[in-house]
Design a protein around this ligand. Structure first.
Ligand code: EPU
Length: 319
């Protein structure tokens, strides 16, 4: 599928923004321009826009908090859908209490809003920079917990395969229970099969507690995070932890902490965090990724698998 800019301009008119630098929308502050960008403010708008893009057979990529992605310097040919659908609702008097939010809601903020209401269960997520949608797709986790333990169900926009060639795709809104997501460590059915379904909203299960008790646990996690994870612009953890091992410890033991290429550095504090010192390009990051993978494979025979997603036109950087 290639992008047809004039078709998109005709269908979306002035809503379609062109040539937008993406660095400002990513947590690593890196990334070239989007040829075409559409911003959505509600889950209904997200559903409408994505349905149209599927019908027009135009490729797209949804950006939420912009963490866990590395956008190529050459930019992105797919339409970028910027998810700013952020409505949040709490049901405090149900058993169990729940939080419902649109997929563009900031997950860490949702956790802090729950804390302020004395609702427990998301303390581990208070420092997570991404959106709820990203967390549902990637099964975000920290401090031994992950999203799958909280998820009750999510509303999904699902594209069914065409029955006959030339037919419009059948697009449906569906409610998926947690079991449908086939969750694993930092993965789900949606992550394994991108392109067939997107998250519109999700409902999370919580527990009654007190604002003080919940805040205390958040504070404990924050102290650990500040001690072990660097501040500064990064993608979050670069690699998944290999089974039974820690990516950060392997990169550390390989002697790579503090290594710098261009404006990118492997954090001297934590080996699995790569920092943009201010002028890093995606290519600098990519070279550091390759260096870490090669060195760890050579020294320890372990293949480090990316947790982040490479987005956009990487032909140039990969050579
Ligand atoms: N370690 C080292 N050297 C380092 C870094 C870590 O020896 O440079 C050791 C630590 O001492 C520890 C072990 O490696 O024994 C694990 O490190 P840490 O406790 O920092 O946790 P992690 O496995 O690196 C995971 C998640 C983080 C999450 C933290 C806190 C992954 C890939 N990362 O990090 O999630 O915040 O636990 O619970 O699962 C993310 O996914 O983006 C993320 C930040």
């Amino acid at each position: 599928m290639t992008l047809d800019l004039s078709l998109l301009q005709q269908k979306f008119g002035s809503r379609l923004q062109t040539g937008i630098p993406l660095a400002r929308y990513t947590s690593a502050r890196i990334g070239g321009p989007a040829q075409a960008l559409l911003k959505v403010e509600t889950a209904n708008e997200l559903a409408q826009i994505v349905t149209m893009l599927w019908e027009l057979e135009q490729p797209f990529f949804i950006i939420g908090g912009g963490s866990n992605i590395l956008v190529a310097d050459a930019g992105v040919e797919d339409v970028i859908v910027l998810n700013r659908a952020r409505h949040v609702r709490f049901a405090e008097h149900t058993s169990p209490p729940t939080a419902w939010a649109e997929s563009g809601a900031n997950f860490g903020l949702l956790a802090r809003q729950a804390a302020a209401r004395g609702l427990s269960g998301l303390e581990w997520a208070a420092g997570i920079p991404g959106t709820l949608g990203g967390a549902v797709v990637g099964n975000a986790g920290a401090f031994g917990a992950d999203l799958s333990a909280n998820l009750v169900m999510a509303e999904i926009l699902h594209r069914k395969p065409q029955e006959k060639a030339g037919e419009l795709p059948a697009v449906q809104r569906e409610k998926w229970l947690k079991e449908n997501f086939e969750y694993g460590y930092r993965t789900s059915r949606l992550k394994q099969h991108p392109g067939d379904a997107i998250v519109l909203s999700a409902k999370l299960q919580l527990e009654h507690s007190t604002p003080q008790a919940v805040q205390l646990r958040i504070d404990e996690h924050t102290i650990v995070r500040h001690r072990t994870q660097p501040p500064g612009a990064s993608t979050g953890s670069m690699f998944k932890n290999p089974p039974g091992k820690y990516a950060g410890r392997l990169i550390d033991a390989a002697g790579l902490k503090g290594t710098q290429i261009g404006g990118a550095q492997i954090s001297p504090l934590h080996g699995n965090f790569f920092i943009n010192l201010g002028t890093a390009s995606a290519s600098d990051f990519y070279q550091l990724i390759k260096l870490a993978q090669l060195t760890v494979a050579e020294k320890f025979g372990v293949a480090l698998e990316l947790e982040i997603q490479l987005v956009g036109n990487w032909q140039v950087e990969k050579g």
